[in-house]
Write a protein that binds this ligand. Structure first.
Ligand SMILES: C[S@@+](CC[C@H](N)C(=O)[O-])C[C@H]1O[C@@H](n2cnc3c(N)ncnc32)[C@H](O)[C@@H]1O
Length: 231
C-alpha cells in the first residue's frame, strides 16, 4: 500500500468535512508540528489490547494517541490563569506529548500519570530529552500508576485529560480531586480534550469556562473540548 492509498480515506473525509482550504492548512500545521517535535517518540496509535498493564484497567482505557499541540493551545488560549506558578497533571500521559506542550505554555511543573509501564518509560525518556534541550530547567515527574489510585498532591491545580478512560475511572479520579480540594482548598482548572464524559465533571459542580465544538477544534474530534474551574 503506497502512502496515497494509506491516507486516501482520511483525505476524502477531511475534504468533505473541512473543505480544501482548511484541509491544506491543517496538513501544513500538522507537518510543522511533526517537524518541531521530530526528535521525540510521540507518534502512532496503540490499541488498548496492545498496551501492557492490568487487563481490568485496559477494559476502561482508551487507546494511546498523542494530543495535538494546536488543540491543546486552542483550549488554553485566552483562559485567565497563572501558568508560571501552576502544576499540571496529565491523567493518562501516554508518551508525554501534552506534558511537553504544557511546559512550552509556561507551566511551572508537569506531572504525568500513566498505567502502562512501557508508555510511562517512554514519557520519562521524552521528558528527559526535552529537559536536556532546555538546559535542565524542566520540572517534571512521571508516575506509573492507575489514575484512580493516584493521590493528588496539593500543589496540583491544573488537570488535563485527553479522553484517557471511561466514566468508571473518571468518577474515581474526580472523587480524588474533590477530596484534595476539601483538604487543600485552591482554585483549579480542568482541561478536557475530546470530552466524551463531561457529565462526570459537571455532576461534581465544576463550572464550564469554555467549550470548543468539534468544528472549532477539528472535524475528527467528535466531542470537542472543555475547560472548567471551581470558583
Ligand atoms: C488518548 S491517550 C492520551 C495521551 C496523552 N495524555 C496525550 O495527550 O498525549 C490516553 C492514555 O491514557 C492512558 N490510560 C488509560 N487508562 C488509564 C488509567 N486507568 N490510568 C492511567 N493511565 C491510563 C492510556 O494508556 C493512554 O496512554
Amino acid at each position: 500500500m503506497n502512502i496515497f492509498e494509506k491516507y486516501r480515506g482520511k483525505l476524502q473525509r477531511s475534504l468533505s468535512g473541512r473543505g480544501i482550504f482548511n484541509t491544506i492548512s491543517l496538513i501544513f500545521s500538522k507537518s510543522m508540528h511533526r517537524f518541531q517535535f521530530r526528535k521525540y517518540d510521540f507518534w502512532g496509535l496503540i490499541e488498548t489490547s496492545e498496551l501492557d498493564g492490568s487487563e481490568e484497567l485496559k477494559k476502561h482505557a482508551v487507546k494511546y494517541e498523542a494530543s495535538n499541540q494546536i488543540f491543546f493551545k486552542k483550549l488554553l488560549d485566552n483562559v485567565e490563569w497563572q501558568f508560571e506558578t501552576s502544576t499540571l497533571v496529565d491523567f493518562g500521559c501516554g508518551k508525554g506529548a501534552a506534558l511537553i506542550y504544557a511546559t512550552e505554555f509556561g507551566f511551572k511543573k508537569v506531572i504525568g500519570v500513566e498505567f502502562s509501564h512501557n508508555l510511562s518509560q517512554l514519557a520519562s525518556d521524552n521528558l528527559k530529552k526535552f529537559s536536556v534541550q532546555k538546559g535542565g530547567k524542566v520540572s517534571y515527574e512521571i508516575v506509573n500508576i492507575d489514575a484512580s489510585q493516584y493521590e493528588i498532591p496539593s500543589e496540583a491545580d491544573c488537570f488535563y485529560f485527553f479522553n484517557p478512560f471511561d466514566a468508571f475511572i473518571m468518577e474515581k479520579v474526580f472523587q480524588n480531586i474533590v477530596k484534595s480540594l476539601e483538604a487543600n482548598p485552591r482554585k483549579i482548572l480542568i482541561v478536557y480534550l475530546n470530552a466524551v464524559y463531561k457529565e462526570v465533571i459537571e455532576n461534581c459542580g465544576f463550572k464550564r469556562l469554555k467549550y470548543l465544538s468539534k468544528d472549532e477544534l477539528d472535524y475528527y474530534f467528535y466531542n470537542g473540548g472543555c475547560v472548567y474551574t471551581n470558583e
